[in-house]
Ligand binder design. Structure first.
Ligand SMILES: N[C@@H](CCC(=O)N[C@@H](CS)C(=O)NCC(=O)O)C(=O)O
Length: 216
């Protein structure tokens, strides 16, 4: 497995799932090849099927191995690079980090569907459902508890896979003016100071492609 790993992603302006392993790999200093295949929702994204068994991104290719699903990719990276701290060293912290990562992977559906990731979007509040408010309240509680326990700046101290899972949420909370919680402000500042964050943001904003369904 000497060639570089390939991470398949889609439009940086909109794809929150793509951002998760991408920012983790960047923060941990992994040299990988990024392959961007544009969204083609109207046609059902047929090109995604050329590299992904589910027809979804992100998908990581490492030699003969193809790994799909963002959380499985993050777990694979932790196995492949055990020295890089993709999960916290401490067993209890690692269990909590996995729990909050799973919570993100499987939940917060109201927030995800009503407030799509959109880096170009000017900051502006919209009418949101009770479900979104509940999701935001849980995220505020979770971030506040993790930061208090770890001392920050990231959820478990140093950046880990749990932060990769929540990175796109930082953007959503800001763009739709969803929270004025102190923990959200502190965590967002830490996330936005990462060179990897700035690199993705710059590229996303510069993209010319519009996906109407994600323009809430
Ligand atoms: N559960 C998947 C979700 C991946 C996902 O929905 N990706 C979107 C892009 S952000 C996608 O590929 N959509 C294309 C489609 O559904 O046709 C993961 O965690 O990787």
């Amino acid at each position: 497995m000497s060639e570089k790993m390939r991470l398949h992603i889609t439009n940086k302006n909109y794809s929150s799932w793509s951002f998760r392993p991408w920012i983790a790999m960047k923060v941990k200093g992994i040299d990988f090849e990024e392959v961007l295949t544009l969204f083609d929702d109207d046609a059902g994204n047929p090109k995604f099927r050329e590299f992904s068994p589910t027809g979804k991104v992100p998908t990581l290719v490492d030699g003969e191995l193809t790994i799909w699903e963002s959380l499985a990719i993050l777990e694979y990276l932790a196995d492949r690079f055990p020295e890089l701290g993709f999960w916290p060293d401490d067993m209890a912290a690692r269990a909590a980090a996995r729990a909050v990562a799973c919570e993100m992977h499987a939940g917060f559906t109201a927030l995800r569907s009503e407030c799509p990731t959109n880096w170009r979007r000017p900051v502006r509040a919209i009418e949101v459902s009770e479900g979104v408010r509940r999701d935001v309240a849980r995220i505020e509680q979770l971030w506040a508890q993790c930061l208090e326990k770890s001392g920050g700046p990231f959820l478990f101290g140093d950046f880990c896979n749990a932060d990769a899972m929540y990175a796109p949420v930082v953007n959503r909370l800001e763009k739709y003016e969803l929270s004025s919680h102190r923990a959200v402000a502190a965590y967002s500042a830490a996330m936005k100071a990462l060179p990897a964050w700035m690199e993705w943001e710059k590229a996303g904003i510069a993209e010319p492609w519009i996906v109407p369904a994600d323009e809430a």
